[in-house]
Structure formats: C-alpha cells, structure tokens
Design a protein around this ligand. Sequence first.
Ligand code: IMP
Ligand code: MG
Length: 405
Amino acid sequence: MRMMMSVIIVGLQWGDEGKGKFVDYLARNFDAVVRFNGGSNAGHTVMVNGRKVVFHLLPSGALWGKRLFIGPGVTVNPEELAQEAALFPGLKLGVDLRATVLTPFEVWLDRKMEEMRGKAAIGTTGRGIGPSYAGRMFRLSLRVCDLLSGKPPDYGPLAGAFGYSEDLTGWAEMARKEVEEFAGDVPSELMEIHDKGGSLLFESAQGSLLDIIYGTYPYVTSSNTIAPYVSVGAGFPFSMVDSVMGVSKAYQTRVGSGPFPTELDGELAEGIRRKGMEYGSTTGRPRRVGWLDLVSLKYSVRLNQTNSIILTKLDVLSGLGRLRVATKYNVDGRPTDSFTSIFTGNAVPEYTDLDPIPDVDWAGYAREGRLPQQAMKLVEFIEDQVKVKVSTVSVGQERGMTVEL
Ligand code: IMP
Ligand code: MG
C-alpha cells in the first residue's frame, strides 16, 4: 500500500489551533515540510524538552532537520528569514523565486493604516502582511527573483500617496544576501520529491475563518488560508494531496477584531484564557475566547475537504463545571446552520449542553492512550455533527500529551 505521501495541515478556526505542535509531531515521518501562505504573521509554538520555540516564517519541521520549503504564495521578510535561519545551522531550506519580498515599507504601512483606521482597525499582527499582498496585486512588490537580479524596490505611487520616503536600496542589497542561498523553483522541487516517492507535509498558517475570501472579512488576514490554496501557494496540485488534517481547539479563540458568535466574557473567559495560556504568540495580545462553534466548524471542514480532525487543548475545558457547544445560530429570529448567515445578520448561537469534563491526570490518560468518558462524549458529539472522524486529541503542550483515537 502507498504510504500517506502528501498531507496538508490546516487550521479550522481563527488561527492558533495548535497546528505547530502537530506539524512538529508529524514532521519526523515526512521528507519535507512546506509553507504555502501568509508570512511572518504566523506564530507556531512548539514545546521541545520544556523549551518554547516560536516559528513565524519557517515551517515547523526545522527541529527534525527536514527539508523545508517556502512556496511562491508566501510573503517573505528577508530579515526575519535570516533571524530564524540562524537558529538552525545547516538548514535545508528552499524559498521560491516567485515569492513576494516584504520590505520595511510594508511593515511601516501596516502600522500606519491600522492607525488611520482608528476604531475600525483590523488588529493585525503589524508584520506588513496586508500591504505586502496588496503590493503584489498592485504589481509594485519585488519577488525573490527581482531581488536577486538587483532590481531596486520602487513603491512609487503607493509610497508617495502615504508619504513614505525611505530609500530601500541599501536594504535590498542586504536582503539579497539573506535570501540568495535559499532561492529556487519550489514547485519543481516538490514534484521531484513526490515523483521519487518522497512525502510532503504542507503547513497552512492562520486559520480558515481568517481566509481573505471565505473568512470573516474584513477582519481576516490577507492570504488564502484554506487547503486548496496549496495548488497556488506551493504550486502543488490539491488533487494530488492524499489527506487534509484539520486542527480545531475544543473551544474557540480569536485575536484581533471581528465577529465571534460564541464569545465569552467575565470569569469563565478569564479562566479559559489563563488555563489555555491564550495570549498571541506573535503579538502577546490576550486572545478572545468562547465555546466551540460547530456551525463554523462544519463550514471549515467542507472548505478544506477535511479528512480528519485533530482536536486540541481538550484538557483546558476540564474542571470548568460546564461544557457547551454551539450547534446552530439564530439570525434575526430565524434558526440556521449556515455560517454564511453571519455575513448579513447578527448571529446568536444556540447551544447544546454536555456533561462537564472533570479535572483528571491528563498525563496518565495520555500514557494510556485514552480519554475520560465525558471527553469521549464531546469527541463523539463533534464527529456526529460534523461527519468527520476525530483522529487525534491533544491534552497538553508537550509532544507526548497526545491521544490517538
Ligand atoms: P495580519 O495577518 O497581520 O494582517 O492580521 C489580520 C488578522 O489575522 C488579525 O486579526 C490577526 O490577529 C490575525 N492573524 C494573523 N496571523 C495569525 C495567526 O497566525 N494566528 C492567529 N491570528 C492571526
Ligand atoms: Mg499561532
């Protein structure tokens, strides 16, 4: 039988589902790990022997010495690339020639625009991601290949309109040196690995509900985050992908502004935030928290053609005294199970209450490879509603705190 050769890991919520832990956990079984969207707005946190490592731009597989790729659909900040690359001597990294280069101008513009938006600010990570994707659409951005051929950055019309006057010639020279050794034709390399029987792990950044088209626009990121974007962002056809693994927390979180039907406040929210350590790994901001939203989960599962679900941070829900899951929305007095209803109306979630999950010795359960009965009930409830198997449950940050079902 053919091994599982190309797999995508994608977030099914608003990011921070815990993809990093799983990419890291799975990476040892793959030949290469690939990023295909976003840029250094990602914050993939991995715990290794008690040491916390956060990746913003590199694929998480660096820890296993795997081949790493950054596809043409990613926006690359050369300075951040250099900083992360320096952590891994002998790094085997390929960055696509067509990838967009992100300069200090976009970082400046991201902050400037957020300021100008005032109350309507998106709450971006401030890494220049939106302006960089916009610059690409304006056909002003440099690609990695442009940097290599010595083309000077020229944001003429945009920079003029915003009053940016830094000369980036010196910066570009420095940036060229940082990316030169990694630049190549990533889609060709991926296909070569695939054709030789090698295995590829694609790691999506952010989450499906932050997708620029399918997410809660305008409170989204500026790239496509859903699995089919792999065809564009990595140049690897989605039809050749063997499996899509969707990652969801057992509850819901979001950083930044935007709709969040199941959001909680008060003590309960604070309790979950503290226990789940729900603070942004890129920005340090406290994350908004709420109950698991199955209306949005069904939507994401379908958009990604999800084959299995990885459920994370289940342990955080233990000992809370209550457990709820949203199964429907009520929009302007009408019940609906359509997520898109939130684009035109105000969604009030309808909940199903489940048996609370008691505080248990999660490490013990993880060792034995099982879950307490109340937690199993939640898993089965999700599977029944969403019609996709939960393959794996995470009950703690460390690699070992994982239960395969
Ligand atoms: P941007 O991607 O920096 O433009 O930010 C746009 C929105 O996406 C903001 O709400 C950010 O908080 C959110 N966002 C961007 N990257 C991540 C991520 O990796 N995890 C969670 N939220 C993110
Ligand atoms: Mg994150």
